[in-house]
Design a protein around this ligand. Structure first.
Ligand code: NAP
Length: 494
């Protein structure tokens, strides 16, 4: 009998899992989604200018090609429409329970007891499943900067991932705190509307151009009609990113080229040497996520925009107070990122023998292949620890993870609950640590890729071709029946 599967989250990952179960004829699954709609980060991040800096044909499922992309780089509404299209085409929408937040998941030595409630409160409900697949993203919980005085601000304030579309910015004095990828996309749009915009920059970022363009009717027709064209185009983008950007992050042959490209972009777009100096980072490109955007710098050069690098002391009722004085504002946008290293929080997850995942991860989250955690049988993570990328498509990684989970399912049907062996986890940790040494993320900068102690818990340090190979291997040698110290997992005939 097919196992029952609880999928937590209906973003790119959860939906991919649901679709692959549907395609395999396994209908015994439920997707729990705390919001009223699907799409995850692409539902939440609907600020003006929101889009993706990975090309459309690669930022999509390999099994669901889409000839209608209107641009080389997709904007948020089109990505969300793509996900809606996929949910409908594969008939997964009927399995999504919206407005249902998972509060707890506890393994009771046979099954997972999943406790849910309406996000706004009300009674809890518990249901048992054989398997849980957790796909809640790394960038789903907004992080506010924790500055003193935020609650006393007399104007309107909100986070970039919770955009207030009812608040018209025309003629306003706006403060944007933060200058990461989200800020870079929204600043050009805000600058066009606001009377004045202060951009509060704590650390400059490296920026390279985004060679965006619309696909005209002939290109779209060709994608629709020419056999293999979409596949070949996707493959070319994938290989190009892997061959050029990955070596830059691994401090290889293209690192210097990336730096030169970014410096040239800065020179080309920012004529003022004082502003240019403010915008020049003092750490190697890639240490923090490189911004891929062609409109950000021009927005910063507008007469109604100031880049403020003075240290913020507090938020005052009438604006933002820096070490140099008050910068008045009637609107504050916190483009201050996400609580990325907390992974599955605030859900309480307990595994075999009541072990708390929070406790097991107190020194930083880790999972075998970023997917499986010792002591947590039949629990699989999508976009888990050390699976984020700075150079290629997360959707590719998600598909690898879903394939691995699908390969595990027949084995757990035969054996009962299975869990990853501690030795496999230890070997994985050793491999990650060794690979991490050559990557650029370690020193010289703070970023959402790592914990406060400096451990990189979010990024995958290898080429994605290697991740594909590792996740495509038969999974069984790494697993054991839940709780057994040595017993082998019986294998299923192919
Ligand atoms: P982020 O990269 O974490 O940036 C947060 C910004 O807020 C940084 O500039 C940070 O400064 C600043 N900040 C945080 N606390 C502050 C404080 N107390 N005082 C002053 N400044 C403070 O967040 P994000 O821009 O939302 O992007 C997160 C990730 O989402 C990206 O790296 C990317 O992976 C993804 N994303 C992707 C796209 C895309 O096109 N694919 C678009 C948007 C987002 P410091 O740098 O000094 O810490």
């Amino acid at each position: 009998m097919a196992p029952s599967v609880a999928i937590i989250g209906a973003g790119f990952g959860g939906l991919c899992m649901a679709i692959q179960l549907e395609r395999a004829g396994i209908r015994s699954y439920t997707v729990f989604e705390k919001a009223a709609g699907l799409g995850g980060t692409w539902r939440d991040n609907n600020y003006p200018g929101a889009g993706c800096d990975i090309p459309s044909h690669l930022y999509s499922y390999s099994f669901e090609k889409y000839a209608s992309w209107s641009r080389r780089y997709p904007e948020q509404p089109e990505i969300l429409a793509y996900l809606e299209h996929c949910a409908d085409k594969y008939d997964a929408r009927r399995k999504i329970r919206f407005n249902t937040e998972v509060r707890r998941a506890a393994f009771d030595d046979a099954r997972w007891q999943v406790t849910t409630a309406h996000p706004e409160g009300g009674g809890e409900h518990t249901e048992a499943f054989d398997v849980v697949v957790i796909s809640v993203g790394q960038l789903s919980r907004p992080r506010f900067p924790g500055l003193p005085g935020m609650a006393d601000f007399e104007g309107v304030s909100y986070h970039s991932a919770r955009w207030n579309h009812d608040h018209d910015l025309t003629g306003r004095r706006v403060a944007v705190i933060g200058n990461g990828s989200s800020a870079a996309q929204l600043i050009p749009r805000v600058a066009e509307q606001a009377e004045h915009l202060d951009v509060f920059q704590r650390t400059p970022n490296w920026v390279i151009p985004k060679p965006d363009a619309a696909f005209g009717p002939p290109a779209r027709l060709a994608f629709r009609l020419v056999p293999g064209l979409q596949r070949a185009y996707r493959e070319w983008i994938y290989r190009y990113a892997e061959a050029t950007l990955y070596p830059a992050l691994a401090q290889g042959w293209s690192a210097d080229l990336l730096r030169k490209r970014a410096l040239r972009h800065l020179r080309d777009q920012v004529p003022d040497p004082v502003l240019r100096a403010k915008l020049t980072p003092a750490y190697p490109p890639g240490c923090k996520r490189v911004i891929i955007d062609s409109s950000f710098y021009p927005a910063l050069t507008r007469p109604n925009v100031d880049v403020v690098t003075d240290r913020i002391v507090r938020v005052a009722p009438k604006g933002v107070e820096t070490a140099e004085g008050l910068r008045e504002a009637d609107t504050i946008v916190y483009a201050t990122g996400f609580r990325s290293t907390e992974f599955l929080a605030p859900m309480e997850i307990s595994g075999r023998g009541g072990r708390s995942l929070e406790e097991q991860w107190k020194d930083g989250a880790e999972a075998y292949l970023g997917i499986s955690v010792p002591n947590f049988p039949n629990m699989f993570l999508l976009y888990g620890p050390n699976t984020n990328l700075g150079h290629n498509s997360i959707v590719f990684m998600l598909e690898c993870q879903v394939d691995h989970v699908m390969a595990c399912l027949p084995h757990l049907s035969l054996n009962g609950p299975i869990e990853v062996r501690p030795e496999a986890m230890a070997a994985w940790r050793g491999r990650l640590d060794a690979a991490m040494e050559r990557m650029v993320w370690g020193g010289g900068c703070q970023s959402w890729y790592k914990t406060a102690e400096g451990r990189v818990t979010n990024n995958w340090p290898g080429p994605t071709t290697l991740y594909r190979r590792l996740t495509a291997r038969p999974p069984i040698p790494a697993y054991r029946p839940a709780g057994s110290s040595s017993g082998p997992v019986r294998t299923v005939d192919p």
